[in-house]
Write a protein that binds this ligand. Structure first.
Ligand code: ADP
Ligand code: MG
Length: 330
């Protein structure tokens, strides 16, 4: 078996004191295969740990426990030399592309910098071709954008340029943390389409972070859903979103209109702000205070992931464990 592209094993992140700090991510595991590029959607309310996960994968945050391997290499223990390769293979696209631009430089500077830093092109002609290529991949033309200043572009254009910049490096994984949440609803689809195309044509995998479930309907191959730093449900996005099992996910999804999967969905399904701050000492399911099915066992320990259906659909809820047949299932 070749090493997976990305493998997180039992990764936890506690900010602050290990006893009393915030558990931003609890015991999370994820594998992305090397030869099956895919878009993994990471969904959850604000504060549920999505950015922490993104930053762990990007190497910006160190796990409190657990291991993160990319292409078989431990990225936490990696030497600075290894990191160089890593930063080429794994690129980031963030929520606010403005923050990634220097307002005093023209957009072309973004590309000049990345080409220089990674030594991507031998000469100017080659560089020009690469940039044109990258911009075309995201549906832009160099004549329209390169000589402009960041404020002269729309949010959608800025975000596409960040995607083109990431693409230029020919990474194997792009971690996109809320890449469309500051883009007009009407333009979101086209940016999500770019991700799908880069997956299919260039074999790039994505970790796509969102708090807007409507976009998950549109992209996700797989979805992982978080509640207060814990994984509550995972599986194929179509299966999870059309037949959610965890009481929290059911509550979320049943309370919103379901888009027609065949149609372009231009609404928003905003997840609410996280209700409670996480407690460091984790005992039991974090949804207990809001769960209509909560029973004693739920407070005693965090339920393991139970398989439901076939294809990797799993849910962390005692209702799907042994001895709890039909109760609460839909
Ligand atoms: P999301 O991206 O889903 O909104 P985050 O990963 O940003 O969630 O945050 C998860 C939790 O960790 C939140 O309770 C947040 O306040 C906390 N947190 C995030 N970053 C830090 C930090 N650098 N120091 C302390 N707490 C943090
Ligand atoms: Mg975030």
């Amino acid at each position: 078996m070749p090493d997976p592209l990305l493998e997180l094993r039992n990764v936890s992140k506690v900010y602050g004191d290990p006893e009393t700090g915030v558990v931003a991510l609890h015991d999370f595991s994820l594998t992305i295969d090397r030869d099956k590029p895919e878009i993994v959607t990471v969904a959850g309310e604000s504060g549920s740990g999505k950015s922490t996960l993104a930053n762990l994968v990007l190497g910006f945050v160190r796990p409190t426990s657990g291991t993160i391997r990319f292409d078989g290499r431990d990225i936490v223990a990696a030497s600075p030399g290894d990191h160089r390769d890593y930063y080429r293979d794994v690129q980031a696209v963030f929520q606010d592309p403005f923050s990634s631009y220097n307002p005093f430089y023209r957009v072309g500077h973004v590309f000049d910098t990345v080409i220089r830093n990674f030594g991507l092109a031998g000469d100017r002609a080659k560089a020009r071709d690469m940039v044109e290529d990258g911009l075309n991949a995201v549906g832009l033309k160099s004549v329209d954008v390169l000589r402009k200043y960041p404020h002269q572009l729309s949010g959608g254009q800025r975000q596409r340029i960040m995607m083109a910049r990431a693409y230029l490096v020919k990474p194997r994984l792009i971690v996109a943390d809320e890449p469309v949440s500051m883009v007009d609803v009407s333009l979101r689809s086209s940016i999500l389409d770019v991700m799908t195309r880069l997956r299919d044509e260039d074999g790039i995998s994505f970790i796509y972070v969102t708090h807007d479930l409507s976009t998950a309907y549109q992209v996700g191959d797989r979805i992982v859903m978080f509640y207060q730093g814990t994984l509550v449900e995972e599986g194929w996005a179509t299966e999870v979103l059309s037949g959610p099992k965890h009481p929290y996910v059911r509550l979320l999804i049943e309370s919103v209109p379901r888009p027609d999967p065949g149609a372009r969905w231009e609404g928003e399904i905003q997840l609410p702000e996280e209700a409670m701050q996480q407690k460091a000492r984790l005992t039991g399911c974090r949804f207990v205070p809001r769960c209509p099915y909560a029973m004693k066992a739920c407070s005693d320990e965090l339920p393991p992931m139970h398989a439901v259906g076939t294809s990797g659909h799993r849910v962390s809820c005692v209702l799907y464990g042994p001895g709890h047949d039909a109760a609460g299932r839909s």
